[in-house]
Design a protein around this ligand. Structure first.
Ligand SMILES: [Zn+2]
Length: 209
């Protein structure tokens, strides 16, 4: 009887350092080339299929496409920051919409809050898109913030709470539901009374400018 089978052979072709998006730091990698072979009596004799290249992080063992070698720490950080901006603003919109509606006179101040969060000018059209996609998600602001807050750094957490406070105050005094919600979020973020007060004061100065 002849034993014929197949086997995936992988060998390390290169080593180097790369920016691992999972570890969020520079790590050593192995560039592995994988290729299926036909085996005869368990010995690989003929290669079949094409070579597949995988970059593997030595630390966390995650596998990446070769293009990961082009990602550097700066562009990765930019991507993360952009994502956090979307999350922060979505939280603001959900917070504002927690009573189910938005008024025409809230649009312009909200656009200013958006521009602050994104660090660039946000026009009415983009604002409309951001609001309707937040609304369509149908997620309650409490649930949303609880799930994304831990991915924000302290600065982003402050920006989020401050922006929610400003958005919630657009109709005058914060109503009790919104205040309660803000207090919960504050607690999740682990902010002290003093830290919270400073943040609100800064927020009020921000809206006076
Ligand atoms: Zn890694």
């Amino acid at each position: 009887m002849i034993f014929i089978g197949t086997m995936n052979l992988s060998r390390t072709r290169e080593r180097g350092d790369f920016y691992c998006p999972d570890c969020e730091s520079m790590q050593a990698y192995r560039l592995k080339a994988k290729r299926p072979w036909i085996t005869l009596y368990f010995i690989p004799v003929v290669p079949i299929g094409k070579v597949e290249i995988v970059i593997r992080c030595d630390k966390c063992h995650s596998n990446w496409d070769e293009s990961v070698l082009k990602v550097d720490a700066d562009s990765h950080r930019e991507l993360l920051e952009d994502q956090a901006s979307y999350e922060i603003f979505r939280a603001v919109v959900l917070y504002l919409l927690s009573d189910g509606y938005m008024e025409e006179n809230e649009i312009e101040p909200l656009r200013e809050i958006a521009s602050e969060v994104f660090g660039r000018d946000v026009d009415r059209e983009e604002l409309g898109r951001l609001c309707s996609s937040a609304e369509q998600s149908g997620i309650k602001v409490r649930n949303y913030v609880t799930s994304v807050l831990r991915y924000w750094n302290p600065e982003q957490q402050r920006l989020a709470i401050q922006s929610m406070f400003l958005a919630g105050s657009l109709r005058g005094e914060l109503d009790s539901d919104r205040l309660e919600l803000l207090m919960e979020i504050r607690q999740t973020a682990g902010l002290s009374d003093q830290g919270f007060r400073t943040l609100i004061e800064e927020g009020l100065q921000r809206s006076d400018q």
